[in-house]
Design a binder for this molecule. Structure first.
Ligand code: FAD
Length: 409
């Protein structure tokens, strides 16, 4: 076979297909997607698309003609089931077998199901939503009305963005976070407090340390959430934003994944040199942080896809990109460079009251990450500094001092 078979037509799969053609792949390229839509952007699903400010056409990553011009066969509604590494064959649900020269796994993830007393996974209530796909966003959008009482379970980025968009649409929004503060695992206290303040000012009822103990379902719909502190919340609809699970079933069975994801190196190659992987489904060792990380971000999906495309075309283009991420909430531009987990110190630069500031995360006096709010230039500086190869040593006092240019710290 001379085919490049790509399983998963999201950010990573779409990029990989086009980049491989550009890098010189001459055989057929087959892009298998189990969704019905042309590969589309996921970030707007909780932002502009949910608010009705972007339509389906605006979501498409590229027009159909771009795939045709690159002789990429996009096959919607097809799903990889199993990999026969010995015969280099991809088996699809429905029985079809596709021989490949190279196989790419770009299967992303799915919303983690919310488990709670009162919920039967076999019979999910009609007014319980998750948000991963365009279909999820359409269902949620159709159910949201001005005045709807919405509970968002989980104060991660997706939950916070849904809360902001739903407020925009006039819903009454209560966000329940079990941790004592928002984004507790990833952000410093100044950032958590700021985000909570912005949401509260926009009318979102933010409740931290709020554990849902039981869901009361009646007539196939969630009627009420009962919290551990004895309080209860009457709801019209619930969005569970409790994280994602990587789609790794085929890779696991083929011995290419662990419980965190499909294991790849800096060229996006798995343990099998004929199989690459990219995007949310992967785990990769980060040289910068000296640990394995699974990143859920568009920039990572694109970088890994480009490295994978180079590899299948016989080139080595290792990806050492600094992890970064953005989020839009209530008109704020939030950007994050690096990974802040494990920091031992936070340094604030600027004034959250002015809605323009940075939080720097340090570990043993080295900068490991930063959160920036409406400060794109500082964000770029940090990204560049972290991309120089090693974690930069910084002076925390100078970092906090706005009179000293960031460059000089
Ligand atoms: P996906 O985009 O998930 O694509 C994988 C595709 O593969 C899916 O279509 C899936 O159905 C399909 N698939 C799965 N299994 C199979 C199979 N066996 N065979 C065939 N196809 C299969 N990131 C940011 O950087 N910034 C943001 O602001 C941001 N906002 C987000 C908001 C929301 C609501 C969500 C859900 C995510 C957001 N993300 C954001 C994360 C970002 O969307 C992901 O990191 C990105 O989509 C990853 O791309 P991917 O190609 O790896 O996976």
């Amino acid at each position: 076979a001379t085919d490049l078979v790509i399983a998963g037509a999201g950010h990573a799969g779409s990029e990989l297909a086009l980049a491989a053609r550009q890098a010189g792949w001459s055989g057929p390229i087959v892009l298998l997607g189990d969704e019905a839509d042309l590969p589309y952007q996921r970030p707007p699903l909780s932002k502009a698309y949910l608010c009705g400010k972007a339509d389906l056409e605006a979501l498409a990553l590229r027009q159909a003609s771009a795939y045709e011009a690159a002789r990429i066969t996009w096959r919607p509604g097809t799903r990889l089931q199993a990999i026969d590494r010995e015969r280099r064959t991809a088996h699809l649900y429905g029985g079809e077998a596709l021989p490949y020269a190279k196989l790419a796994l770009c299967t992303g993830g799915r919303a983690r199901p919310w488990a709670c007393e009162g919920l039967d996974p076999q019979h999910p209530p009609a007014n319980l939503f998750a948000l991963r796909t365009r279909a999820d966003a359409d269902a949620l959008r159709a159910a949201l009305r001005p005045g709807s009482r919405l509970a968002v379970v989980g104060g991660g980025y997706v939950g916070l963005e849904v809360a902001a968009s739903a407020r925009d649409l006039g819903a009454e929004v209560c966000l329940l976070e079990v941790q004592p503060r928002l984004l507790a695992r990833v952000a410093g206290e100044a950032m958590s407090d700021f985000i909570a303040g912005v949401h509260r000012a926009a009318g979102v009822d933010i409740r931290t340390g709020a554990a849902v103990q039981r869901v009361v379902v009646s007539g196939g719909r969630i009627e009420r959430l009962e919290l551990a502190d004895g309080s209860a919340l009457t709801v019209d609809l619930v969005v569970a934003g409790v994280g994602m699970l990587p789609n790794t079933e085929a890779a696991l069975a083929a011995g290419l994944a662990n419980e965190h994801g499909v294991v790849v190196d800096e060229c996006s190659v798995t343990a099998d040199p004929d199989i690459v992987a990219a995007g949310d489904c992967t785990v990769q060792h980060s040289a910068l942080y000296d640990r394995a990380v699974r990143l859920e971000s568009v920039p990572n999906a694109l970088e890994q896809a480009r490295a994978a495309a180079a590899w299948v075309c016989g080139q080595r283009k290792p990806n050492h990109a600094v992890p970064w991420f953005w989020s839009d909430q209530h008109g704020l531009k939030l950007q994050q460079a690096g990974l802040s987990q494990g920091h031992d110190r936070c340094v604030l630069r600027g004034d959250p009251g002015q809605r323009q500031f940075c939080v720097f995360y340090l570990k043993a006096d080295r900068l490991i990450a930063a959160d920036t709010v409406n400060r794109p230039a500082d964000f770029m500086l940090v990204r560049r500094a972290l991309g120089a190869g090693a974690l930069p040593r910084v002076d925390p006092v100078a970092l906090a001092d706005e009179r000293i240019p960031l460059k000089a710290t």
